[in-house]
Ligand binder design. Structure first.
Ligand SMILES: Cc1ncc(COP(=O)(O)O)c(C=O)c1O
Length: 507
């Protein structure tokens, strides 16, 4: 049985200073030399407000915190949609080579030719994999890339003098929340197209929504139900015919890479979530990266600079007249890109193909294991093939026992499993989205399916047991309202302190 460690761990700022004269390893002369090199304005006037602690205290503090965490290195992570592949250690080692890790991106071009050649190679690979013509590496995550991509759509229509009336971005009702959010942040009105009973875009409804007001359509394929949008060529034609652009949310590329390319499906702009496809850290635990690719006719809209090669040397090209501007450092989170490049080089074409095939086979095996379970069952047409992930619904379980998808997810923690995504996509009741990627073993997929079956049994025998879970995790069930209400939610220790004071005043 899984048990996560629990410590009554203080926040590091709550530690009092502990004198550390003999725990200070830096050579004072060396430190002075560094100070001499720094410009006056870069030197702090006041000491940072952090406690003065010996190394042993700091290391133990962070090690205890890490043991209270669940990680991809501990067990399965079948999150669905935003899942992260296992990160191979060799990729970390390569990215940590001092020749790469110590480089500053503002070094003169001639001093970073090696780095530029790696990134340029990576870009060529991504173009080959996606069918796009040019990439920017600046976006730090999928959502960041989406926002930049929608800004490109905006600028494109602006330059064509059509922005006055192209004010709508269409997204399917199964789309990831970041799609409508990015479109809205870029100033567009978000129009939702409903899914048909198979779970894919309803073409007839899409037809009725397309007009000269359409700036673009954002789509992921396979979609967030793991279903391939088989009408994609027709969809692309329809969007282009009314003058709109097609944006590919590449979060789900793992399901199709080496099989079919977004560029060939008619997409004009794509982003890739490297964590889901090439095994890098995800943004939140990151840093992450979300490369943004475009077709030839949109090259000049990319953030500057982009990397070019003149046949002899690599250089940074700032001369993109229609650029949306800079959105991050030159190459974003560079070392994440290096890790993804390492993944591609380690796997090769055959390895990438195998990764896709195994990811799809894993989904298929899981569906097979769950096929006779009615309480948590596959949604939509059961005969249509799922790709990288599959969507289940716990509605029958809820109707029969009162245990809902959230309770199931919490109880999975007691089994030492990262829960699947719940209540997304929004189009089915009591949704549970499951994605294993290629890394999960047969044994772990069985473990997950058996845990779900066991939880269903518990729900009939003792629903309260499931409704109060988890018991074996570091923290028990949180008060959902307090954890998400703007008055009580605290995203940092400082905010928490202010909020506690405010609440004391109110009460
Ligand atoms: C379908 C889809 N689109 C967009 C995103 C947003 O990506 P990120 O979390 O990298 O911002 C995700 C999450 O990974 C996703 O699953």
């Amino acid at each position: 049985m899984f048990r996560q460690p629990r410590y009554s761990e203080r926040i590091i700022f709550e530690y009092n200073d502990i004198k550390t004269d003999h725990d200070y390893w830096a050579n004072e002369e060396e430190v002075k030399k560094v100070f001499e090199l720094l410009p006056e304005e870069a030197i702090r006037k006041n000491e940072p407000k952090i406690p003065n602690l010996p190394e042993s205290v700091v290391v133990r503090h962070f090690t205890r915190l890490s043991r209270m965490n669940y990680a991809i290195d501990i067990g399965p992570y079948p999150l669905g949609s935003c899942t992260m592949k296992y990160n191979f250690k060799i990729m970390e080692r390569l990215a940590n080579l001092k020749e790469l890790a110590y480089l500053h991106e503002e070094l003169p071009e001639e001093n970073i030719q090696g780095l530029l050649s790696l990134l340029y190679t990576f870009e060529r690979f991504l173009c080959e994999i996606t069918g796009m013509d040019k990439f920017s590496f600046q976006p730090a995550a999928g959502a960041h890339a989406e926002f930049a991509g929608v800004l490109i759509i905006r600028k494109y229509h602006e330059i064509n003098n059509e922005l006055d009336y192209r004010k709508e971005i269409i997204v399917p009702d199964s789309s990831h929340g970041t799609n409508p959010a990015s479109a809205s942040m870029a100033g567009f009105k978000v129009i939702t197209v409903r899914s048909n009973k198979e779970g894919t875009v309803d073409i007839e409804e899409l037809k009725s929504l397309l007009s000269k007001r359409t700036a673009g359509l954002m789509l992921t394929n396979p979609n967030t139900l793991g279903l391939f949008e088989k009408d994609i060529l027709e969809i692309a034609k329809m969007v282009h015919e009314v003058g709109g652009l097609l944006y590919y949310d590449g979060a789900n590329l793992n399901g199709i890479m080496t099989y079919v390319r977004p560029g060939d499906m008619g997409f004009d702009i794509v982003h890739l979530n490297l964590h889901k496809t090439f095994g890098t850290p995800h943004g939140g635990g990151g840093p992450g990266a979300g490369p943004l690719g475009v077709k030839e006719f949109l090259k000049e809209f990319l953030p500057v600079p982009v990397i070019e090669f003149d046949g002899k040397k690599y250089y940074l090209n700032y001369n993109l007249p229609k650029t949306i501007g800079r959105i991050k450092e030159n190459f974003g989170n560079t070392l994440v890109l290096i890790k993804a490049l390492a993944y591609i080089l380690l796997k090769g074409y055959e390895g990438l193909k195998e990764a896709r095939e195994k990811a799809v086979a894993n989904t298929k095996y899981f569906i097979e294991l769950m096929k006779d379970v009615s309480e948590i069952s596959l949604t939509h047409d059961k005969n249509i093939m799922r790709f990288h992930e599959c969507l289940l619904s716990a509605k029958t379980l809820k109707d029969k026992t009162g245990v809902d998808a959230k309770d199931v997810a919490k109880r999975l923690l007691d089994y030492g499993l990262h829960p699947s995504m719940i209540y997304f996509p929004l189009i089915v009741d009591e949704a549970l989205l499951v994605e294993f990627t290629e890394d999960e073993t047969k044994e772990n997929i069985e473990l997950f399916a058996n845990a779900l079956k066991q939880i269903i049994k518990e729900s009939y025998e003792n629903p309260q047991l499931v409704k109060n879970a988890p018991y074996n995790a570091t923290i028990e069930r949180l008060d959902e309202v307090k954890a998400s209400h703007p008055r009580t939610m605290a995203l940092s220790w400082k905010i928490l302190k202010t909020k506690i004071n405010e609440l004391i005043k109110i009460s």
